[in-house]
Design a protein around this ligand. Structure first.
Ligand SMILES: [Mn+2]
Length: 192
């Protein structure tokens, strides 16, 4: 059972999250930011990771704390859940086309946090989501999950499509990288 649960309470956010790495691809988290829920739904659906729990953030300030802290918590849950099974595929890359948009995600569940993401959205907001928070989510997720993640927007015009394609690509590549392929650690070093 590759599951994990975590609670994190600060003056800015109050978060309880549980994830099931081998779930049905359902996100039940309601962040209070409609478009971000739409993005999390894409990640869940295409990764097969179930996300449950509650989050209450200081959205009267802006989206930043809520999204960053949620990234830390989901990332840590992923790390905890993966730790039980070391013989995972680890590497995966995925192109996702969504109409005019084309993005690529390359993952190594390496134990070494690294994010490459240099895209700046043209729009400041999509729905209630401040687009600069998208990078903050990826950065937080990478930090605690300790994955190496390269996300490239190869082309695209519609900011909704680009954001959605990024979360689909992340989900699809994670779906492949998390698969257990061996009872041995998938590293020539013998440790991830
Ligand atoms: Mn959409």
């Amino acid at each position: 059972m590759r599951k994990a649960e975590l609670k994190r309470i600060t003056k800015e956010t109050s978060i309880r999250v549980s994830i099931d790495l081998d779930g049905k691809g359902k996100n039940n988290l309601n962040t209070g930011i409609g478009f971000f829920d739409h993005l999390l739904d894409q990640f869940s659906f295409y990764s097969g990771v179930d996300i449950n729990g509650e989050i209450e953030g200081d959205l009267h300030i802006d989206c930043h704390h809520t999204i960053e802290d949620l990234g830390y918590v989901i990332g840590e849950c992923i790390r905890k859940a993966l730790d039980m099974d070391p013989g995972i595929e680890r590497f995966s890359s995925q192109y996702i086309a969504m109409d005019e948009s084309l993005v690529r995600s390359a993952i190594d569940l390496s134990g070494r946090p690294f994010l490459y993401f240099d895209y700046y959205f043209e729009r400041e907001r999509i729905g209630q989501l401040e687009t600069e928070c998208i990078k903050e989510f990826f950065r937080a997720l990478v930090t605690t999950s300790k994955m190496t993640l390269h996300l490239d927007v190869i082309r695209g015009e519609n900011n909704h499509h680009i954001a959605e394609a990024l979360f689909k690509a992340l989900g699809r590549s994670f779906a492949k990288a998390k698969v257990i392929i061996s009872d041995q650690v998938t590293s020539t070093k013998g440790v991830i």
